[in-house]
Design a protein. Structure first.
Lengths: 307, 253
């Protein structure tokens, strides 16, 4: 069934969009990533204009993340205090990121920057998670128990310590604020929620237990992507409600299944799967940069145009 | 716009040879984009009105063009730099129709002279205006060619030579397929009669393409009340997420 999207001004298959939303929803529920790094490129591929894909993707992430967050809240796997601290940093970072994005747009190479950012961050994070999870998995098999978390010297040496009960941490608020801000900047520049960067940062930099990481990152993502949606809607008029509704319907249902699957898997298995996914997307984007494209030319509305 | 006015002046100034005039109609003057819009087929039909018997030679031909709203376009070319493919060169095309279809009774070059094409902007190359493209090196034509190639693949530019059916040198008709990815606006339909590669009469009319119903409402809200629209989008997202979460909990008991 074809459906005409009022803002994107293209006609696409409604079931394809529902399916796409569903898959991203499952991933969102399983891993606590908003799925923006998947949904945005996939929408490009379906012929949705990039500006609409980025803005509507942000709106869809709000929905699938809420659905996931509710499930996590009931299981009490959300560290709300940590979430608020991350969010404070995130909003500042997002504002700075939007400013940086617009400055780079003037230089005309923003596409390349976004692509390189994706390849670099996805590659490094995917690889790190993969190696770490494989080591952890092997160790837990040999000893039959999870290893003790390493003590992090510099994180504990900073002032302004706060007790994060749900995470079982007593650390300074400075590292979470910095993590939040860094994710905010990247989220704005790359047009994603930033979960795939935040989840590893929470595990490896802040030392939070994997159980609360997913719920807490969803909490932060909802506010950052909600903020981004409003920004896009008011400045670029590029949020497509019809597209969003289709993605959301698929997404919220997928997220519920995803959360259930996530509970059944072990933390290490979950991390290996996320690492594989991140590396796959990274590989695809890297190939696009390295291989000669079949069409060397591309069309765009001119800078400063009405669209 | 300016060249359209110029065209109109030219049309008025053209002497009518052999007193042949084109009378034409469209199967529909409006195209409504609804939620389930999958494209539309417009039938262009008409007849040649004569005050004297038709000359035998040279033969009569009909050219029908449909032009969508004309907008500027940036065409970018990728090149290999430091081992990766990046956007290197770009050209600003001043005005290119978002949709362009030409239907004719015979191959265009056989029925239309270069001069007439230049004057009336009939072929796709002439319909695109690229004066100062700002291309630093190489031929600027490659960007126009790329634009035409990409839009042809998307079904937005169509050349269908020989698709106009002409009966008894008097009645003609042609179907123009409008794809689903249409831009809103006025679509100019032009009909040219030619003899001996010269245009002897022309006719121009418009097809209005606009969104209706829900499509119209969403589009207007997004552009006129962006804040409310943004908040509404967020509200839908939150309600859907919350609702699904609650519904699934109920289903699990």
């Amino acid at each position: 069934m074809q459906i005409y999207l009022p803002i994107a001004e293209v006609s696409v298959n409604a079931f394809l969009l529902l399916g796409l939303g569903g898959i991203v929803g499952i991933l969102s529920g399983m891993f606590g990533v908003g799925g923006g790094f998947l949904i945005t490129p996939l929408l490009f591929f379906m012929g949705i204009p990039p500006a609409v894909a980025v803005a509507t993707g942000a709106n869809q992430i709000v929905a699938s993340s809420i659905s996931g967050l509710m499930a996590h809240l009931r299981r009490k796997t959300v560290d709300l205090r940590m979430g608020v601290v991350l969010l404070a940093g995130g909003l500042v970072g997002a504002a700075a990121g939007v400013a940086a994005f617009n400055a780079l747009k003037q230089l005309g190479q923003v596409d390349l920057l976004v692509q390189l950012c994706y390849v670099l961050f996805l590659g490094v994070i995917g690889w790190l998670m993969m190696v770490e999870s494989l080591i952890a998995l092997r160790r837990s098999r040999r000893q039959g128990a999870a290893p003790k978390r390493k003590q992090r010297g510099w994180v504990h040496a900073l002032p302004l310590k706060v007790k994060f009960r749900s995470s079982g941490l007593y650390i300074s608020v400075i590292p979470p604020l910095l993590v939040g801000a860094a994710v905010g900047v990247l989220a704005a520049v790359m047009g994603v929620g930033g979960g795939f960067i935040m989840v590893p940062a929470m595990i490896y930099v802040l030392g939070m237990p994997t159980k609360v990481v997913v719920g807490t990152s969803l909490f932060q993502i909802i506010f950052v992507t909600g903020f981004t949606t409003l920004l896009h809607a008011t400045t670029n008029y590029s949020v497509d409600m019809a597209l969003a509704v289709l993605l959301i319907v698929g997404g919220v249902i997928g997220a519920q299944f995803g959360t259930r699957i996530g509970v059944k898997l072990k933390a290490e298995q979950l991390r290996i799967l996320l690492a594989l996914l991140v590396l796959a997307v990274c590989g695809k984007l890297a190939l696009d940069l390295l291989l000669e494209p079949s069409e060397l030319f591309s069309l765009a509305a001119p800078a400063g145009g009405q669209k | 716009m300016i060249w359209r006015l110029a065209l109109l002046c030219l049309l008025l100034a053209t002497p009518l040879r052999a007193g042949e005039e084109v009378v034409a109609g469209l199967s529909q003057a409006r195209v409504s984009i609804t939620t389930d819009f999958e494209g539309s087929e417009i039938l262009v039909f008409g007849a040649v009105k004569r005050s004297a018997p038709a000359p035998i030679e040279p033969p009569l031909h009909v050219i029908i063009t449909v032009t969508g709203p004309t907008l500027p376009v940036t065409v970018r070319e990728k090149d290999r730099r430091f081992g990766i493919w990046v956007n290197a060169d770009a050209a600003e095309i001043d005005a290119a129709p978002s949709f362009y279809a030409i239907s004719t009774t015979a191959p265009l070059t056989e029925i239309l002279s270069e001069t007439e094409d230049l004057r009336r902007h009939i072929s796709i190359n002439r319909a695109i205006r690229a004066v100062d493209t700002g291309v630093a090196k190489g031929s600027p034509e490659r960007f126009t060619e790329a634009l035409i190639r990409i839009r042809k693949e998307d079904g937005l530019y169509q050349i269908r030579e020989g698709s106009v059916a002409l009966t008894e040198d008097t009645l003609f008709r042609a179907g123009i397929a409008l794809p689903a990815n249409l831009t809103e606006g006025d679509y100019t339909t032009r009909i040219f009669l030619t003899r001996g590669r010269e245009v002897i009469d022309a006719y121009e009319t418009r097809i209005g393409v606009s969104k209706v119903g829900l499509e119209r409402w969403i589009y207007n809200l997004a552009h006129q009340r962006p804040l409310i629209y943004g908040l509404l989008s967020l509200a839908i997202a939150i309600a859907a997420g919350w609702g699904a979460s609650a519904a699934f909990r109920v289903m699990r008991g």
